[in-house]
Unconditional design. Structure first.
Length: 366
């Protein structure tokens, strides 16, 4: 059933209701910020996460409507708050006005590129000289093949054999069974991208599958960016430090992630979910190394006809990598009954909450 979208003025498969919680330009850190942030690091089964997203890669594009809207908004915010109007040299070494502000980002790296939704927006709008795409799942290369055919591919990061610590638990699956693929592997070694060379006539697009938390980005990257990925990281503070190390002087870190109210219905009913950081938490982790240019968070409510449709949505977007228990018939029925009781709407539909956070930050000189 198609319902009107109340957020982005278009029609999509389900209802979006958005409430902007906070919009700040050059925000300062709140004095009340981190009393709930007891630990930045969380335990993430990266192998399970990789398998779930790899399994959902064929359905993600149609089902991940919130993530699509988040990617489009992230790019709008990026161009509004981070792109400069600096002039660029022409072929004779003289300065001339660029065709657009995107020329301030010559070298871009995107971590967690997934199926390439945000990647295509970056490539089309910012037109960098080089675009390094990264994802935890090697299988995502087939989803972005159209982007790579015009650029140079990178070799996959080495794997330390089958016993590299990249193991999959074949016994348990959440939101429906699936057969683990032996080809779904997470490179366990630190991966290094090559240094940037001379400027190509067109964008050189590369793909490097590995855990972005261990990725050595090319030194002098102008923009490190991502959408809907950071919440899966085990140690966000350490990752921010890595980004600062590899960014160019004045380089930009721009990302969207999800906050503490994200999928709160699922967490309430199952007791499982990611340990999301709040916007204030993120500001604190960023502030030693970055100047925050812009930050915003919002609440998006997605409507479904039944709780089973919610579970199907989660499975088809791959965001089920935090629980390993099997769903029995009794557990499923209990979940559906409680979901309707706690989260049912007047029209007998049920809601699922998303809590997007957007941050754009500039590297501080230390």
């Amino acid at each position: 059933m198609t319902r009107p979208c109340s957020v982005f003025c278009c029609r999509i498969g389900d209802v979006y209701k958005r409430q902007t919680l906070c919009t700040t330009s050059n925000p300062s850190i709140s004095n009340e910020t981190t009393e709930e942030m007891t630990c930045n690091a969380q335990s993430i089964d990266k192998a399970l996460v990789a398998r779930r997203f790899a399994h959902a890669r064929d359905t993600y594009g149609n089902e991940a409507r919130v993530q699509q809207q988040v990617a489009e908004k992230m790019l709008r915010l990026l161009t509004a708050h981070a792109c400069t109007s600096a002039t660029a040299p022409d072929g004779n070494g003289d300065r001339q006005q660029p065709r657009n502000a995107a020329l301030s980002f010559r070298h871009i790296a995107e971590f967690g590129c997934g199926t390439g939704c945000y990647s295509r927006l970056l490539l089309r709008t910012l037109q960098p000289e080089t675009l390094l795409l990264n994802d935890l799942c090697p299988e995502m290369e087939e989803c972005i093949h159209d982007l790579l055919t015009g650029g140079r591919r990178l070799p996959r990061a080495p794997q330390a054999g089958n016993a590299s610590g990249v193991l999959y638990d074949a016994d348990v699956e959440l939101y429906g069974a699936e057969t683990p693929s032996e080809n779904t592997k997470v490179p366990s070694e630190n991966a290094k991208a090559p240094l940037y060379g001379s400027s190509p006539a067109t964008t050189a697009v590369s793909f490097l599958p590995c855990d972005a938390e261990t990725l050595d980005f090319p030194q002098g990257t102008d923009l490190i960016t991502s959408c809907s990925t950071l919440q899966w990281f085990a140690d966000t503070e350490r990752f921010f430090a890595r980004c600062h190390r590899f960014l160019s002087d004045g380089g930009i870190l721009a990302f969207s992630t999800f906050g503490k109210k994200n999928m709160r219905e699922i967490h309430t009913l199952t007791g499982h979910g990611l340990e999301y950081l709040s916007l204030d938490n993120l500001k604190v982790l960023l502030s030693p190394r970055f100047e925050i240019l812009y930050a915003e968070e919002e609440i998006v409510s997605l409507s479904f006809g039944t709780p089973l449709e919610v579970l199907r949505h989660l499975k088809q977007t791959g965001v089920t990598g935090t629980e390993k228990r099997v769903w029995t018939r009794g557990r499923l029925q209990s979940f559906c009954d409680e979901y309707i009781r706690m989260c049912g709407n007047d029209d007998r539909s049920v809601s699922l909450t998303y809590h997007p956070i957007y941050v754009i930050a500039r590297k501080r000189e230390r």
